[in-house]
Design a protein around this ligand. Structure first.
Ligand code: NAI
Length: 341
């Protein structure tokens, strides 16, 4: 089936054709982000394939439908960027990739934590300058420390297993207890109990109205002084201004993020020759105890290959009427409406 890809990143021009040898779809790659104006690029393609940067509002969806699109194939788990009511009203099917590699993100969270704690990024630069001083590089043993995990789904569970392997105690918060985590000895507590008890707090929940700014001024006022916060979930789970205040006061001992509230204007492009306009982000970059990566938690060979395979299998499934229910977001009526980003 002819499929028009919006906001295509360079690696996707390799991973999708590789997976497509088993499917034989006609893939058309566009760098353009989906807007009502760029929807016409999909003319003649029954499928539009969207990334998280593509905001599929009512107008853009209507323009896609007018161009002949019937399937929106998301190459992400989240679908907050799609107006599902509009898609349903327009009779568009929306499919997603509910899971690819939880290990990719959990292992990236570990990398962030280890780097921030043991300051290997600073050591790397120092050694290249022939500065062998250890001043300022002291970390702490993770062994026997308490780690708080918010959200114990696929990624949260994978991260918990890693932390338990390092000899940590784990407290968790999630409206739904994961029985496998309970079996591992994880204790579920309300966030009010989790904040002050943890040396490390890792966020692995989706962005929903309930989790937006979950880590706010009140939460940061309750954390153990010097605790480290790791966020690989979604930027807006954290109130960035409150976090900056907590870093300035020293209450928050360190911050490592793979996601940022306003990342849409920054991440996934080379802005090295530009003047950054986001003063909040620039302030974050000045802290010695802040580590930022540009939404690369998912970026492993295995995860990228799995995203391409499942997305194209959804396109094939649409032709045959066999898209797995877990991958279907809408099919003329809304079948999955849990808000997440
Ligand atoms: P999942 O759906 O398997 O697990 C999410 C868990 O969060 C569920 O157990 C759910 O009950 C829980 N949750 C929902 N509301 C909550 C709340 N108010 N408080 C605490 N827990 C809550 O999702 P998965 O695959 O583990 O992904 C988690 C998140 O990781 C995604 O929603 C996404 O935001 C982020 N992610 C980040 C990536 C990256 O590259 N940095 C890549 C993939 C996902």
């Amino acid at each position: 089936m002819k499929t028009a890809f919006y906001s295509t990143r360079p690696f996707e021009r390799t991973s999708f054709p590789a997976a497509n040898t088993a499917h034989g779809h006609a893939l058309e790659f566009f760098a353009e982000i989906l807007t009502p104006a760029t929807a016409a690029l999909a003319r003649g393609a029954p499928c539009a394939c969207l990334g998280v940067a593509d905001h599929a509002g009512r107008e853009a969806l209507a323009a896609l439908r007018d161009a002949g699109v019937r399937l929106i194939a998301l190459r992400s788990a989240g679908f907050n960027h799609v107006d599902l009511d509009a898609a349903t009203a327009l009779g568009l099917t929306v499919a997603r990739v509910p899971a690819y590699s939880p290990y990719a993100v959990a292992e990236h969270a570990l990398a962030l934590l280890m780097t921030l704690n043991r300051k290997t990024h600073r050591a790397y630069n120092r050694i290249r300058e022939q500065n062998f001083s250890l001043e300022g590089l002291m970390g702490f043993d993770l062994h026997e420390k308490t780690v708080g995990v918010i959200g114990t789904g696929q990624i949260g569970e994978a991260f918990i297993r890693i932390m338990l392997g390092m000899g940590c105690r784990v407290l968790a918060s999630d409206p739904f207890e994961n029985p496998r985590c309970v079996e591992l000895g994880v204790r579920y507590v309300p966030t009010a109990e989790l904040w002050p008890a943890c040396d490390v707090i890792a966020l692995h929940c989706p962005l929903t109205p309930q989790t937006r700014h979950l880590v706010n001024q009140a939460a940061l006022g309750a954390i153990k002084p010097g605790a480290i916060l790791i966020n690989t979930s979604r930027g807006a789970v954290v109130d960035t201004l409150a976090v900056i205040a907590a870093l300035k006061s020293g209450r928050l001992g360190g911050l490592a993020i793979d996601v940022y509230e306003e990342e849409g204007d920054l991440f996934y492009r080379d802005l090295s020759g530009e003047v950054l306009q986001d003063d909040v982000f620039v302030r974050l970059m000045t802290f010695p105890n802040v580590l930022i990566t540009g939404h690369q938690g998912f970026f492993t060979r295995e995860a990228v290959a799995a995203i391409a395979e499942t997305t194209l299998a959804n396109v094939s499934g649409f032709e045959l009427g066999t898209i797995p229910p877990a991958n279907l977001v809408t099919t003329g009526h809304v079948v999955s409406s849990a808000p997440r980003e």
